[in-house]
Design a protein around this ligand. Structure first.
Ligand code: URP
Ligand code: ZN
Ligand code: ZN
Length: 488
């Protein structure tokens, strides 16, 4: 046997399904051996620690031009360094098309930024805001072929929103190319209508951001999206589910056999609309869309995760500093319509979830790994390399001290927002050592010199089983039954 480069010795290795007290050997960036008495020149002592797959964060915005015209606060370097500190070793951010842009050019630009700055490995979703024939027929096929196997669409945000016919166009093209479609699904008219009335009557502080996203705007858009996806038999992933009603819509559709997946985020499990009602403009720190809701919704989302109605928890890291470059770009007293949407979360997602799931009775360690790494990788076609501990997988690992308690604070922040929405919260369990393809990026909770820009590699991927159609076309669409010709 060739010598190992590194051995993690004496820890408890845990996957979504198995636990073993064993050494783990790494060669050429991959897991090469599991067993007793492994030797290498470099050894990490993991006695008393849990050795887990590194986290896979499948929804985060990095150095992205967003719907409000502002670019996120983070660079690829700052975002992925903060991810590594929180135990995450793979991210899937976006290459974001705005109207009038060529998605081929957009993808090139985002690739250049990522290659220069990323500290950990990454894939990219493609945001389509302008699904013209040029986008769908010329630019998209080679991009999917080159490993961008997921497309994101917005059903709200006037600058990005697709109308229903455009949603159908994207779903049909994704089906043809074999890509998963992910959606920000809210009813834009409901939001715009109530927002305009709130502002006109002087209800303008951050707390009204939550009021301006009625609960039904989520459930209605989910239903509409699912109807279109079911009609075309194209699998969809619904991003950032925030309400009990939204989760129920997904549950009902899945019960009928529709291939719809669901994601929620820490902000919907740990924050509520009351956080937007903090003094002065501080509520701006918690303005994201959809907004945090109620403790009853939190319970419903935990239940939906436990039942498998929702499959994954991503950060939806969308960083804006709490200053004039970000949250307060419109002044010290912005109306809720002037506050850029989004929260930082790459650093906080796993510690919050570990504390709640492993120590707080919300599913246990196996579910934590499944939800935050294994199934996350599987959903997006990364499971051949990421998301578990097995011979041949990339040596992307987080070594957790399951008992270390940490009180989250703004002083810990590595990203460029300068704040954490979870300041003051104490969590038990912390990723003290983090490896990406065998490189030790974090040691005793601090970044090492190896956490350098350009370390991360692009993960070209084909859509996995999650994106495969069921084969059950709706009778009205099935060309063989009705038209004798392919409608697409
Ligand atoms: O408020 C949020 N979530 N901002 C980020 C962009 C998006 O909507 O996903
Ligand atoms: Zn969104
Ligand atoms: Zn997002």
């Amino acid at each position: 046997m060739q010598p190992l480069d590194l051995v993690i010795r004496g820890g408890t290795l845990v996957t979504a399904t198995d636990t073993m007290d064993a050494d783990l050997g790494i060669r050429d960036g991959r897991i090469a051996a599991l067993g007793d008495g492994l030797e290498a020149e470099r050894v990490i002592d993991a006695a008393g620690r849990l050795v887990l797959p590194g986290g896979v964060d499948t929804h985060c915005h990095i150095e992205q031009l967003s719907a409000n015209g502002l670019t996120n606060a983070d660079t690829w370097e700052s975002a992925t360094r903060s991810a590594a500190l929180g135990g995450t070793t793979t991210v899937i951010p976006f290459a974001c098309q705005h109207r009038g842009m060529r998605i081929s050019e957009v993808a090139r630009e985002y690739h250049a930024l990522a290659a220069k700055g990323a500290v950990i490995d990454y894939a990219l979703h493609l945001i389509l805001a302008d699904p013209t024939p040029e986008t769908l027929e010329q630019d998209l096929p080679p991009l999917v072929e080159a490993g961008h196997a997921s497309i994101k669409i917005f059903m709200t945000y006037p600058a990005m929103q697709l109308d229903d016919a455009q949603v159908l166009d994207v779903l049909a093209k994704a089906r043809e190319l074999g890509a998963l479609v992910c959606a920000h699904a809210e009813n834009n008219a409901l939001i715009a209508w109530i927002s305009q009335r709130l502002i006109a009557r002087g209800y303008r502080t951050p707390r009204y951001h939550a009021v301006s996203h009625p609960r039904c705007s989520e459930a209605e858009a989910f239903q509409r999206l699912i109807a279109m996806a079911e009609f075309l038999d194209q699998p969809v992933m619904i991003f950032h589910v925030s309400t009990a009603e939204g989760a129920a819509v997904i549950r009902e559709a899945r019960g009928r056999g529709v291939k719809v997946w669901g994601e929620t985020c820490p902000q919907y499990l740990f924050l509520t609309a009351d956080d937007l009602d903090r003094p002065g403009s501080e509520g701006a720190k918690f303005c994201c869309s959809p907004p945090p809701r109620t403790t009853a919704d939190q319970e419903a989302l935990w239940r939906a995760l436990a039942l498998g109605d929702l499959q994954t928890v991503s950060s939806d890291h969308a960083p804006f500093a709490y200053d004039e470059t970000g949250k307060l770009a419109a002044g010290q007293d912005p109306s809720f319509k002037e506050i850029p949407n989004g929260l930082p979360g790459l650093h906080w997602r796993l510690p919050l979830l570990f504390d709640a799931m492993v120590h707080g009775g919300r599913g246990g360690l196996g579910s934590f790994i499944w939800t935050t790494a294994t199934e996350a990788a599987w959903l997006y076609g990364l499971h051949d390399r990421k998301g578990s501990i097995a011979i041949g997988q990339d040596a992307d690992l987080a070594i957790w001290d399951p008992e270390r308690t940490v009180t989250l604070s703004d002083a810990m922040v590595e990203d460029r927002t300068g704040y954490t929405p979870y300041a003051g919260r104490t969590v038990r369990g912390w990723p003290v050592t983090v490896l990406s393809r065998g490189h030790v990026l974090v040691e005793d909770g601090a970044l090492t010199e190896a956490a350098a820009p350009g370390m991360g590699q692009f993960l070209a991927r084909k859509a996995g089983p999650a994106a495969e159609p069921t084969g059950r076309l709706s009778p009205e669409f099935d060309p063989a039954r009705n038209f004798g010709a392919d409608l697409r």
